[in-house]
Design a protein around this ligand. Structure first.
Ligand code: NI
Length: 182
């Protein structure tokens, strides 16, 4: 069963909220929302379900996209056919990042942005992130390539920023030569 989630559209001003730090222990409601978001993303990446439920495949979701202004996001990464790696990041912080920049060649996507968007979003090629898990324990993640982009994209959500904000309106492909496409 597909979890029932109402994902806010970019028109919704709530997406501009700066989400608040999470205090532990997490409520049961928040834990359920984490589980639902992970399940939703997994299903969105499985063709059978994305077709059945007419879902756009998504890699990440931040709580604010579900209308909850807490510093929590989840990312689901398919490592092999049907095998998923799940990330839950609570109160995440970037503690270091690479000099090298990358961008997603086909363009970034967002489950809150329901239109095609041209242009490139500059991202760090590699980042080190510190985040708490569901129990409040701190973990360090070293991320590269698409996972690095996904984490930066979700971190932006926690600060009320959408990927479309980062595209230069007058010159959407500005800086392309200084960055590596992925
Ligand atoms: Ni997004």
């Amino acid at each position: 069963m597909l979890p029932k989630l109402r994902i806010l559209d970019e028109q919704n001003k709530m997406l501009r909220t700066v989400s608040k730090e999470v205090v532990f222990p997490l409520s049961e409601k928040d834990k359920k929302m984490v589980e639902d978001a992970l399940k939703y993303l997994e299903m969105s990446q499985i063709e059978e379900y994305s077709e059945k439920y007419n879902l756009r495949p998504g890699m990440g979701l931040a709580f604010i996209q579900l209308g909850v202004p807490k510093r929590i996001f989840v990312v689901v990464n398919e490592i092999e056919d049907g095998i998923f790696e799940r990330y839950v990041a609570i109160n995440p912080k970037i503690i270091s990042y690479s000099e090298e920049r990358i961008y997603v060649e086909e363009g970034e996507g967002c489950l809150s942005v329901n239109r095609p968007v041209d242009g490139i979003v500059p991202r760090y090629a590699r980042i080190k992130v510190e985040a708490q898990d569901l129990n409040g324990e701190v973990h360090t993640y070293r991320l590269r390539e698409d996972l690095s982009v996904a984490f930066q994209h979700e971190l932006d959500h926690l600060n009320g920023v959408l990927f479309v904000d980062k595209i230069d309106k007058n010159n959407p492909y500005r800086g392309r030569d200084t960055m590596r496409p992925i």
